[in-house]
Design a protein. Structure first.
Length: 232
């Protein structure tokens, strides 16, 4: 091999580190430019997602407000809550009676009609006509309850429309054999109120969300299936 080739190769070897550093810098510059572009794209994606959520959240809130106001107007006109539920094919009693309670709180309650009678002492007495209002807070006659065999949600049930929660007292506790029913947002409806008070609101939310995910097939954590005797 000619001496000139040896010199050339040796010079290349001696300058290898410098040449590699230069190439590394070019690579880093390109990568940083691409990463900056990725960050900008990601920002645009997140911004679009946030805008989407805000827009549809606002639409949902406006629609809910319009619906509730229409229902409250109908309630104020004297239509029984159960009639409205039947008309819209719903059994969400917690929602409808919450609206009715709001209507009653903002509506003057008229005095009941009186029947004047004269007693033996010659003074006027008033006999109040019995009320015919049967529109009181009751659960649907046949509430259908859903449950799951995962041990983490034994003693917990959800109504078919997912608006109501039923909780049984655990075996071996003072509340064994007891139960209560409440709304998803933690409003007591019926059953053992002491058992209801003993359940932290966070636990109520966590367990009912877990049960809902199990029922929907979206629960991703490990499960332990044992036959659940709390089915209704």
């Amino acid at each position: 091999m000619p001496m000139s080739d040896i010199v050339r190769l040796h010079n290349q070897w001696r300058g290898f580190t410098t040449e590699r550093s230069r190439a590394q810098k070019e690579l880093n510059d390109k990568n940083e430019a691409d990463l900056a572009e990725i960050a900008r794209i990601q920002d645009r994606i997140e911004e679009r997602k946030a805008t989407f959520e805000n827009v549809w959240k606002g639409k949902k809130q406006r629609l809910q407000k319009q619906r509730d106001e229409a229902v409250m107007q109908e309630l104020a006109n004297g239509t029984p809550a159960q009639t409205i539920l039947r008309e819209i094919e719903s059994n969400n009693t917690v929602w409808i009676y919450g609206l009715r309670k709001e209507v009653l709180a903002n509506t003057p309650i008229p005095s009941p009609p009186n029947m004047h009678t004269r007693n033996a002492h010659g003074t006027t007495a008033f006999a109040v006509e019995p009320s015919t209002d049967t529109d009181t807070l009751t659960l649907p006659a046949k509430t259908k309850w859903e449950y799951h065999d995962h041990t983490g949600v034994h003693t917990w049930l959800l109504s078919e429309d997912r608006t109501l929660v039923k909780k049984y007292g655990a075996e071996g506790t003072d509340f064994e054999g007891e139960w209560f029913i409440c709304s998803r947002d933690g409003e007591f409806i019926e059953g053992n109120e002491e058992l209801f008070d003993s359940i932290p609101k966070g636990e109520l939310t966590r367990r009912t969300n877990m049960l809902e995910q199990l029922l929907d097939g979206t629960y991703t954590k490990a499960t332990k299936l044992v036959e659940n005797k709390y089915t209704g």
